[in-house]
Design a protein around this ligand. Structure first.
Ligand code: ZN
Length: 250
C-alpha cells in the first residue's frame, strides 16, 4: 500500500475515535458548566458566611458595651442616692443622662446589625435552595458523564490499538504531519483533489475549494514519499483512485 493509502486508513480510525470521544465531550462540557455554577454558588455562600460573622462580632461588641454601661448606670444610681452636695448630685445626674443617651444609640446600632444578619439569613436560605437544586443537576451530569465514558471505553481501547498498528507502519515525518493536521482540524486531516474541468485542467481542494495547479495533481499521481498540504487549508492532499484512473486514461 502507498503512503497515502496507509494514511487514509489511519484517518478512518482517527475519525471514528474522535467521533466517539466527542459524544463524551458534550457530556463533559455540560458537567463542567454545572460544576462551575456550583462553585460560584459555594463561593457566594462563603462570602455570606464571612459577612454574617463580621456582623455577629459587631453585635457582640455592642452587647459588651451596653453591659458595661448598665453596670456604670447602676453604680451611678447608688451614688446619686448618697450624694452629699448638690454639685455632686448634678455631676452624677449629668453623667447618667449622657450614658443613657449613648446606651440608646448603641442599642440602635446593635439593632441595625441584627436586622442585617436577618437579611443575610434570608439570602442564605435562598442560596441553600439554589445549591440543593444545582447539586441534583450536577450529580445527574456526573453520572451521565461516567455512563458515556463507560459506554465507549471498550470501543475506544479497540480503536486506539487499531490506530497504533496503523500508525506504526507510517514513517515518522508524514506521521507527525498527519497528527498535527488531525489535532488542528479535529480529525479532518485529509482532503482529496476535486476535478472542476478536466479539459482545462482545473482542480481544487475538496475541503476549502481553493484552486490547485495541475502540477500538484501530477505530483500526487506519482508514487509519492512525501506529503503535499493544501497551501490554503493545510490539509494533506490526495488523489482518489477514481480521479487517478480517469486522469491516467485520458
Ligand atoms: Zn484546502
Amino acid at each position: 500500500m502507498s503512503l497515502i493509502e496507509d494514511l487514509l486508513e489511519l484517518n478512518l480510525v482517527e475519525r471514528q475515535l474522535r467521533g466517539l470521544q466527542s459524544r463524551v465531550g458534550s457530556a463533559e462540557t455540560f458537567f463542567n458548566a454545572q460544576n462551575r455554577q456550583m462553585n460560584e454558588l459555594l463561593q457566594r455562600k462563603e462570602e455570606l458566611q464571612t459577612r454574617r460573622k463580621q456582623r455577629q462580632v459587631a453585635v457582640s461588641g455592642f452587647e459588651t458595651d451596653t453591659k458595661a454601661m448598665d453596670e456604670r448606670l447602676e453604680k451611678l444610681r447608688n451614688e446619686l442616692n448618697t450624694a452629699e452636695t448638690t454639685k455632686q448630685y448634678s455631676a452624677f445626674l449629668e453623667e447618667m443622662n449622657t450614658l443613657k443617651q449613648t446606651r440608646g444609640e448603641t442599642d440602635e446600632l446593635a439593632l441595625a446589625e441584627m436586622s442585617e444578619i436577618e437579611s443575610i439569613d434570608e439570602d442564605m436560605g435562598t442560596l441553600e435552595e439554589a445549591i440543593t437544586e444545582r447539586q441534583t443537576v450536577l450529580t445527574r451530569a456526573a453520572t451521565e458523564l461516567e455512563e458515556r465514558k463507560a459506554e465507549i471505553a471498550e470501543r475506544v481501547t479497540e480503536l486506539q490499538r487499531e490506530r497504533d498498528v496503523k500508525a506504526a507502519i507510517i514513517p515518522e515525518s508524514p506521521l507527525s504531519t498527519f497528527t498535527q493536521c488531525a489535532d488542528d482540524f479535529d480529525g479532518d486531516a485529509m482532503a482529496h483533489i476535486e476535478e472542476i474541468d478536466k479539459k482545462r485542467r482545473e482542480y481544487c481542494c475538496s475541503s476549502c475549494n481553493v484552486n490547485l495547479p495541475f502540477n500538484i495533481v501530477v505530483q500526487l499521481l506519482g508514487n509519492i514519499e512525501s506529503l503535499t498540504q493544501c497551501e490554503n487549508c493545510l490539509r494533506i492532499l490526495y488523489v482518489t483512485p477514481e480521479l487517478k484512473a480517469e486522469t491516467i486514461a485520458k
